[in-house]
Design a protein around this ligand. Sequence first.
Ligand code: 13P
Length: 263
Amino acid sequence: MAQRKKLIVGNWKMNMNVHQASVFIHHLSKKVAVHRDVEVVVSPTMLALQPLSLQIDRRQFKLAAQNFYFRDHGAFTGEVSATQLSGLVDYALVGHSERRHVFHEHDKLIRDKVQAAVRNRIKPILCVGETAHERSEGETTGVLHDQIVGGLANITSEELSSIVIAYEPVWAIGTGKNAMPDDVKKAVHTIRNQVKHLFGEAAAQAIRVLYGGSVKPDSAASYLAIPGIDGLLVGGASINVHEFELIIASAHHRADSPEAWAL
Ligand code: 13P
């Protein structure tokens, strides 16, 4: 049975300034115990990464970038590279639905970003998920297949070990609509099958898969109980200290339960 560390990621999106981010982490740090089998990651505004990197205890929290450009340096006004983020963050979101749909990021760019992150020793959290329309047309499996094949196209088996995949159905993000655990279970199965097809059985067992989309304290435990789910990518509830603390506590309970590591 695979032993995969639980991972709880708070995507703060375009919320909180540097001062507010610092105050938030100060309060959260008083509530969150360090747990050997649970990683807690926060993804603040790019501006707050540097000050928070000095403020946090990395055994308690790690940092993730919400975005970056795939080139390492050069004439790309306004962009920040994975090279510049290297050492500052452990993780970076890639292919988040807001990047895909609001900023029209396509599979080739996402693939280049995954590769740039790995090249700079940052673990990419590759986000995949179908829209409401794709879901109603029965295209979920095909969409997940295309996004995984596209996102991981240039990755080797050794590099795969640093990658996390987050299943975030677009229609569940920021809507309060809950994906049914059975649907999430099916999607996770599709994702691991695709990884198995590309990289083999051991890789499919080892890769961490998260769920994201309107996760709240009262739904966190049921998502964490889905076989094959290793953690959560949390938006709205991650910018509320109390709610995020409760979600992290659910992961602690889960990691301590005997059946926690079933696939
Ligand atoms: P919500 O939890 O607000 O639905 O956001 C999910 C998300 O997009 C995390 O990346």
